[in-house]
Design a protein around this ligand. Structure first.
Ligand SMILES: Cc1cc2nc3c(=O)[nH]c(=O)nc-3n(C[C@H](O)[C@H](O)[C@H](O)COP(=O)(O)OP(=O)(O)OC[C@H]3O[C@@H](n4cnc5c(N)ncnc54)[C@H](O)[C@@H]3O)c2cc1C
Length: 312
């Protein structure tokens, strides 16, 4: 009998490579985490947001941010939500603020009101035109986020975060120009960049290399979106230039009507993403919560973040 060159399963298993678990970074401090919320439109959504905030607050995030609707459409609701966070919680709020569709004077007024109310952190953004039209700066507005950062620094000594794009902003002429823009925003006074959603860790880690080579030293915090509604996410990803890996589409395929399995898959995908980033030394994470706490809570726990135990 001739020996088959093809090894059977048990032989392969016995001789094969052993994959160790991802390093759990024993003894290392848990990562710093932050959460993003959007301002609610209705009383029901408001109740949902506040129960989300209460649950996630136990994880003691470094800050929680509240978005500003496209074209500044949620100005009052963003303001009200941020102020309620100041008044009713011990959390550190960060208010998103955009340039689009407003004069510099209006934007400055909003920022000054935030400062007076005790808000010290702004996420400074350009924003997009509400209709999806090509971006046009307001004739007497801040043209780009870097201009807004400069303007905010003249009003008060805000802590400022800005946006970064591992897959390049869709309107940037090229990746180098986009990275130069990020550097301009940081040089103007921002101290942190938060990334657009991404699902391919290699893209993010390569972006970190490029940022470092461009002389950027400020933290670039990965923006993590735990995905439960895959179809909705695909539309959003297409609009903002985020690529969706084929393996991910495969995992969600056929689960449109199976919410429970979709949630389990979503948790596995996001947990794997953050664990791989953590194993690569990333120790800050920003979660796009979509005002839903459960997945984010579980994933933060997986990263080693534990809730505050009340002394009751
Ligand atoms: C973490 C995060 C949070 C966000 N939150 C919100 C939010 O709350 N509300 C909201 O409406 N949107 C939000 N966005 C979306 C954001 O407003 C859009 O992605 C917008 O298209 C770009 O905003 P920016 O601040 O990155 O712009 P910028 O940094 O100003 O860059 C925009 C584009 O212009 C180019 N550019 C910059 N300066 C110049 C120049 N001088 N000349 C020519 N081109 C230039 C850049 O390369 C880039 O392509 C968020 C995005 C992220 C990543």
């Amino acid at each position: 009998m001739t020996h088959s060159p093809v090894r059977h399963t048990l032989e392969r298993w016995a001789a094969g490579e052993r994959i160790a678990p991802l390093p759990a970074r024993e003894g290392a401090a848990p990562p710093a985490i932050s959460f993003e919320f959007f301002p609610p439109k209705t009383p029901t959504l408001e109740a949902q947001l506040w129960s989300c905030i209460e649950r996630l607050a136990t994880l003691r995030p470094a800050f929680v941010s509240v978005t500003y609707g496209a074209g500044g459409s949620t100005q009052e609701r963003t303001h009200a939500t941020v102020l309620r966070i100041v008044k009713e919680t011990a959390l550190t709020p960060a208010a998103h603020l955009t340039c689009v569709g407003a004069t510099q004077e209006d934007v400055n007024d909003i920022a000054a009101r935030y400062w007076e109310a005790g808000v010290r952190h702004i996420v400074a953004l350009r924003g997009d035109m509400p209709s999806g039209a090509p971006y046009k700066p307001h004739p007497s507005g801040y043209a780009f986020a870097a201009d807004l950062v400069k303007g905010l620094k003249k009003i008060a000594d805000f802590e400022i975060s800005v946006a970064a794009y591992p897959e390049v902003h869709p309107q940037a002429p090229n990746p180098e120009a986009d990275l130069e823009n990020l550097k301009r925003k940081l040089d103007a006074g921002a101290t942190r960049a938060i990334t657009q959603v991404f699902f391919d860790n290699a893209i993010f880690l390569r972006f970190m290399d490029r940022a470092l080579a461009a002389g950027i030293k400020a933290p670039i915090v990965p923006g993590i979106l735990p995905v439960t509604n895959f179809n909705q996410m695909k539309k959003f990803a297409a609009a903002c230039g985020t690529s969706v890996p084929g393996w991910m589409a495969g995992m969600f395929e056929g689960l449109d009507d199976d919410v429970e399995t979709r949630r389990m898959v979503a948790a596995a995908v996001a947990a794997e993403q953050v664990r791989l980033l953590q194993a690569n030394g990333i120790d800050e994470f920003h979660f796009y919560t979509l005002n839903r706490p459960d997945l984010t809570y579980a994933i933060a726990r997986i990263l080693g973040v534990k809730p505050e135990i009340s002394a009751a």
